[in-house]
Design a protein around this ligand. Structure first.
Ligand code: GDP
Length: 476
């Protein structure tokens, strides 16, 4: 932690580092601009002058819809069919994205299978539009439900930039009425082809596989109208879809390539991590020679674990190293700024508690906006995609009286230091799809740190909501 007070050590003939100078500037409420060689970073290449001359690329598709309407089943069936056709007998791993090729045209479609909405919003929040087409899945036997409406709202907002296909699912069930389901969607304002609009509707069964070839072909037809093209030469530009540490390979990341060609040996930067690409692997673990735009691949060779949603860029080794040093320095300055804010906030709270105590009142509120109690949470998850999803979902909970504050998050099992950290802030630990070793459970119990393990996000949210309600101040 850097306190600005340290800058007072500078004598008149003392040269301030850019960090201290920046802190001083920030103390006066201004934004520092550090203009030296270290301010170097690498950026995506400018748009191509003649985009219509570039090769076509596969569309990137996100499947969305209400819980239990069959998104996971649909993706599982598509994923296994993609491997069955490509490599006989291959077992697919979940890597966050996979490609399917169908029909006489042999067009390829790439599906993202990170937790749908969360992955999409994490990248949208960073201003990245990696999804070309949304497939809205609606179970024919259940119809329009709350999360269906959320997706419809999103489509209405983004519809001009993003292609849309509706999949009416579970048509294998007896007595289901596809027309009724599609009329209900039209009544919500979706411009379906059936009523003269441009959104195609495909009846499918994720369970039996019926209609899935038609679904992929329809997606391909929508993509053709979008005329998605990207250059294969030049710098690589893409996004991290998922990342984790794998035994024998170290940190690995699934990278969705949007421009350029990813090959072993090139240098990449993503957030504050960099890589000399060691091996490229398909979802079935087969090694791949190169990956072109519109496709995803598992990349090993990272020095640190990159984060899901972060941009990936290639460049000469020296440029990547300079950019990395610069990003790390910038992050240090930013965290000093956060430290300063935290110190000021703590001082304010201490002052307020003293005032309340002097008046004989209970200073129980723990941070946050005035009078708001916070449930402080440390989140650990199996892959960065699920950590992002849980952090995103938890951060939205609460109101002006009580709210969740995620104080730390990361990929990996729950450790003793997570428990200690939670104890220090009087908070709790949430592990999502990770192991909680017995000794860690014991340490949590000894230190009275609530420890919650979950594999289903909505159950987790229900439980946390209950804890928030319990935190609500009692009013008589
Ligand atoms: P998600 O929450 O949208 O990912 O839904 P899931 O894929 O987990 O499916 C929820 C339930 O519906 C599971 O019990 C599935 O077996 C079932 N299901 C999914 N797709 C179909 C389908 O096409 N037909 C039938 N009959 N059941 C399905």
């Amino acid at each position: 932690m850097v306190e600005v007070g340290m800058a007072a050590e500078a004598t008149p003939d003392h040269i301030l580092t850019s960090e201290y100078a920046s802190l001083l500037v920030m103390e006066f409420g201004r934004n520092p601009v550090v203009n030296d060689e270290a301010a170097f970073d690498i950026y995506p290449s400018p748009p191509h002058a003649e985009p219509e001359t570039l090769p076509l690329r596969p569309p990137v598709v996100t499947i969305m819809g209400h819980v239990d309407h069959g998104k996971t089943t649909l993706l599982d069936t598509l994923r296994s069919s993609s491997v069955a056709k490509g490599e006989a007998g291959g077992i697919t791993q979940h890597i966050g994205a996979f490609s399917v090729t169908v029909g006489p045209t042999k067009n390829t479609v790439t599906f993202l299978d990170t937790p749908g909405h969360a992955a999409f919003s994490a990248m949208r929040a960073r201003g990245a539009t990696v999804t070309d087409i949304i497939v809205l899945v609606v179970a024919a036997d259940d119809g329009v439900m709350p999360q269906t409406r959320e997706v419809i709202e999103l489509i209405k907002k983004e519809g001009d930039k993003i292609g849309v296909v509706v999949a009416i699912n579970k048509i294998d069930k007896p007595g289901v009425d596809v027309e009724k389901a599609s009329n209900a969607l039209a009544a919500e304002g979706l411009q379906l082809e059936t009523i003269g609009g441009d959104i195609p509707v495909v009846p499918v069964s994720g369970l039996t596989g019926k209609g899935l070839d038609e679904l992929v072909e329809t997606i391909s037809a929508v993509a053709e109208l979008q005329d998605l093209r990207a250059e294969h030469d030049g710098k690589v530009h893409g996004y991290v879809i998922e990342s984790k540490v794998q035994k024998g390979l170290g940190p690995i990341a699934t990278v969705l390539v949007l421009r350029g060609t990813l090959v072993p040996g090139i240098h990449l930067i993503s957030g504050q991590s960099h890589a000399k690409v060691r091996v490229l692997q398909s979802p079935s673990g087969a090694s791949v020679k190169s990956t072109t735009p519109g496709n995803a691949v598992v990349v090993s060779g990272w020095k640190e674990l990159p984060s899901a949603g972060d941009e990936v860029l290639s460049g000469p080794e020296d440029d990547i190293k300079k950019a990395l040093a610069n990003r790390i320095r910038k992050a240090e300055i930013e965290s000093s700024m956060v430290d300063l804010e935290a110190i000021n906030e703590q001082r304010k709270q201490d002052r307020e508690s003293r005032e309340l105590e002097e008046k004989g009142l209970d200073p129980a509120a723990q941070g946050g906006q005035e009078g708001q109690r916070q449930l402080k949470v440390i989140v650990k998850g199996d892959v960065s995609g699920s950590v992002e999803a849980v952090v995103g979902a938890l951060s939205g909970l609460g109101n002006d009286k009580v709210a969740v504050k995620v104080v730390a998050s990361g990929v990996g099992d729950v450790t003793e230091s997570d428990i200690m950290r939670a104890q220090a802030v009087n908070g709790m630990v949430v592990g999502f799809s990770v192991k909680i070793p017995r000794p860690i459970e014991a340490i949590a119990a000894q230190n009275q740190v609530p420890l919650y393990s979950a594999t289903i996000i909505y159950r987790l949210l229900d439980d946390i909501r209950e804890r928030l309600v319990a935190l609500l101040p009692v009013t008589i």
